[in-house]
Write a protein that binds this ligand. Structure first.
Ligand SMILES: NC(=O)c1ccc[n+]([C@@H]2O[C@H](COP(=O)([O-])OP(=O)(O)OC[C@H]3O[C@@H](n4cnc5c(N)ncnc54)[C@H](OP(=O)(O)O)[C@@H]3O)[C@@H](O)[C@H]2O)c1
Length: 334
């Protein structure tokens, strides 16, 4: 099957290239950026000796000609500019941005005016373990944000057992690649080296995404209090969730039963770390309780399970392939 990636000069675009190159069925036929006119091995020296392929200036018409499946590894707003021109085509679309993840009113409150309003609600949320059946027939999958992926996989099994009137506190840490390839004052080496700090505390855009999906899956509204931190790592995300139990449960048993048939969710007997999932599609989860205090901790590779490998898993399902085809399992350890 012919696969295109728009946004290949970015971090998630590069991860997608690597994943597709080793995929048993997908074949790269189209690579694009804003300006094109380059070779992929020139913008990503790590690919020299691996692949030689031209990069085009991104165009919806070219996507229709060259692709059965296209990944939009683009910033929000840029993505919908392409996606809105692909609804009438046969191309299956996986959008890594936030453009089709949320209800239109939630999106417009936290991002910008939606430029594809008639289709804003048509994206299927790509959290594989919870939306698998809907993804099978999806035209466009809205791949989840990295923080919502780790948070939701961790807390969703516990929603029936927690006091949903109490606030849900989420403390998250991410490596700097989560912010994309463009350097800012916050992601500058001098700011982040040997340092750690919170950013957008209680105001981050991923809080409404987490709340909306909990409401969609469990039909309950919860106050989500989300504080992300940047840590001096390249990749990796660790999420700690604090909730109040209303039931007498064994948290690890709940997790083990809930994810018994999910090969890419690993339940850990000890608190999780980021290195064990780095370079993989795994999400590792640990949970513990003391009285009615519940602690859930999950870890993912933000660029893979938080973005590109989750998008690939969605593409596999959309195309009727083995869901696990091409998904990486071997961690960058040590
Ligand atoms: N990084 C993560 O961990 C992560 C996790 C989950 C989701 N996401 C989401 O995935 C998307 C991509 O993230 P990223 O980290 O890969 O970002 P990035 O490193 O900043 O890369 C963005 C890419 O988009 C291209 N681009 C921007 N505007 C374009 C346009 N109008 N037409 C064509 N190409 C355009 C850029 O190309 P040029 O070089 O031409 O500018 C670049 O290749 C974002 O929506 C992000 O929120 C990222």
């Amino acid at each position: 099957m012919r696969v295109g990636i728009v946004g290949v000069s970015g971090y998630t675009g590069l991860e997608l290239i690597k994943l597709i190159l080793t995929h048993p069925t997908f074949k790269l036929t189209y690579l694009a950026t804003t300006t094109g006119d380059n070779m992929v091995e020139s913008i990503h020296p790590a690919l020299q000796g691996v692949i030689t392929m031209a990069i085009d200036k991104a165009s919806p018409d070219d996507i229709k000609v060259h692709c059965d499946v296209v990944f939009l590894a683009l910033p929000h707003k840029a993505s919908m500019g392409f996606a809105k021109k692909l609804w009438e085509s046969d191309v299956k679309v996986i959008d890594l941005s936030a453009d089709y993840r949320l209800l239109q009113e939630t999106y417009e409150k936290h991002y910008c005016l939606h430029e594809d309003a008639p289709n804003a609600h048509k994206g299927i949320y790509g959290l594989i373990e919870y939306y698998r059946d809907d993804i099978k027939s999806a035209k466009l999958v809205a791949s989840p944000g990295c923080y919502p992926t780790a948070t939701l996989l961790g807390i969703l099994p516990f929603i029936p057992y927690i006091d949903t009137n109490a606030p849900l506190f989420i403390d998250a840490k991410s490596g700097v690649s989560g912010a994309g390839k463009n350097c800012t004052e916050t992601t500058h080496f001098v700011s982040i080296n040997d340092n750690i700090f919170a950013y957008n505390p209680l105001k981050h855009r991923h809080a409404p995404e987490i709340a909306e999906k909990i409401a969609d899956i469990h039909k309950v509204d919860i106050n989500v209090h989300f504080v992300p931190h940047l840590v001096p790592m390249t990749r990796g995300e660790l999420v700690s969730v604090y909730a109040t139990l209303k039931s007498d449960i064994d948290p690890l048993e709940v997790l083990k039963n809930h994810y018994a048939n999910e090969p890419f969710v690993r339940i850990r007997e000890k608190p999780v770390d980021t290195k064990s999932v780095s370079g993989t599609h795994f999400c590792d989860i640990f949970a513990a309780r003391e009285g009615n205090a519940l602690f859930v901790s999950s870890s993912i590779d933000n660029l893979l399970r938080g973005a590109s490998s989750q998008a690939l898993a969605a593409a596999n399902i959309m195309c009727g392939l083995d869901e696990s085809a091409g998904l990486p399992k071997l961690a960058y350890v040590p």
